[in-house]
Ligand binder design. Structure first.
Ligand code: ZN
Ligand code: ZN
Length: 236
């Protein structure tokens, strides 16, 4: 296959800078948290001697849905779509990478003290972040450009810091999750769309999808995992 040859080569050559640039194709920009994700993914893939063809031979458990998890997805190849990315809604910038072949795992969590020490190193960037992102205040185009430029510079500097300085790192035996199940599809009698059998409900003897009958469901958005209350009177 070899579709990830370029990424594998960068990992082998320890070219974290090139991995960071590559991650922007996926993440849309270069920032410190995507850099930390790239770094953690790189370190884990290297330490566990892994390559990934996207068949759940490598698993990544991320503990927050932030920029960090995009760096992880690019470098480890464990993605939302190939079922190798597991999301725990814990709000921590941390990842556990697992090798199914060896059952070895590494958990890496951004050190609180390390992150706090960055404020003194990049004071203007942290101020701009507070204004633009935290408080969503309007800034001039020039300030915006300055923010992105400084964020990139920070990321390109941070990616070179040894992993041990940035992360608390634990190596462990992994508890191996099962492979993701493959389900048959049903066809919703109301909208005619195909729906995974385990998500179909039976209404009047026929399969119906959750959206048509307004049953409750879980969803993931920028706030984390949410639960959408249903409006159906006859939820099964
Ligand atoms: Zn980002
Ligand atoms: Zn439907």
């Amino acid at each position: 296959m070899g579709y990830r040859d370029t990424i594998d080569r960068y990992i082998q050559e320890e070219n974290v800078g090139a991995l960071l640039e590559k991650s922007a194709e996926f993440h849309g920009h270069i920032c410190s948290f995507s850099a930390y994700g790239v770094k953690a993914g790189f370190y884990a893939m290297q330490q566990l001697a892994l390559t990934n063809e996207g068949m759940e031979e490598v698993l990544a458990i991320v503990e927050a849905n932030n920029c960090f998890s995009d760096g992880i997805q690019l470098v480890t190849g464990c993605t939302f779509g190939n079922n190798a990315l597991v999301f725990k809604d814990l709000g921590k910038t941390a990842v556990t990478v697992i090798s199914r072949k060896t059952s070895q795992a590494i958990r890496m969590a951004l050190k609180k003290d390390y992150w706090e020490s960055r404020k003194a190193v990049y004071p203007e960037l942290f101020d701009l972040f507070d204004t633009m992102v935290t408080r969503r205040e309007k800034v001039s185009e020039a300030q915006k450009q300055r923010f992105f430029l400084q964020a990139e510079q920070m990321a390109r500097t941070e990616i070179k810091v040894p992993a041990e300085e940035i992360f608390g790192i634990q190596k462990m035996e992994a508890e191996m999750p099962n492979y993701a199940p493959i389900h048959d599809s049903a066809v919703c009698a109301l909208c005619g769309e195909s729906v995974m059998e385990t998500r179909a409900r039976i209404r009047g003897g026929a399969p119906a999808c959750i959206s048509c009958i307004k049953d409750p469901y879980f969803y993931l958005d920028g706030f984390g995992i949410g639960y959408k209350e249903g409006k159906s009177e006859h939820s099964s």
